[in-house]
Design a protein around this ligand. Structure first.
Ligand code: FES
Length: 100
């Protein structure tokens, strides 16, 4: 594909996921973080000690600040995980497990 073709590229049809029970539109190829940002959500985790909000910090999978629960699996890095149709995304509190 040449650069001119890329400039004319259009995203494929959006699909729906949920974030804390609310529907969110996502585009194929987006990460969970990108889909949440596009929906105006900037925080999806709270820290263990003080419960402070967290979202993307590095955006490249290094800092682990963006941990989120996807389809019941805690500790998913939202900046790396591709969003898939029907994903159930939840705010992660503490470790995201019942023992915190
Ligand atoms: S924002 Fe740093 S790992 Fe995701």
């Amino acid at each position: 594909m040449n650069p001119l073709e890329l400039a004319r590229a259009r995203p494929q049809a959006a699909h729906t996921v949920t974030f804390d029970g609310r529907p969110v539109e996502a585009l194929p190829g987006q990460t969970v973080a990108a889909a949440l940002w596009a929906a105006g959500v900037t925080a999806w985790r709270s820290t263990r000690g003080t419960g402070r909000p967290r979202g993307v910090f590095c955006g490249i999978g290094v800092c682990f600040d963006c941990l989120v629960t996807v389809n019941g699996r805690a500790d998913q890095r939202a900046c790396l995980v591709p969003v898939r149709p029907g994903d159930v995304i939840r705010t992660q509190r503490g470790t995201g497990r019942d023992d915190d």
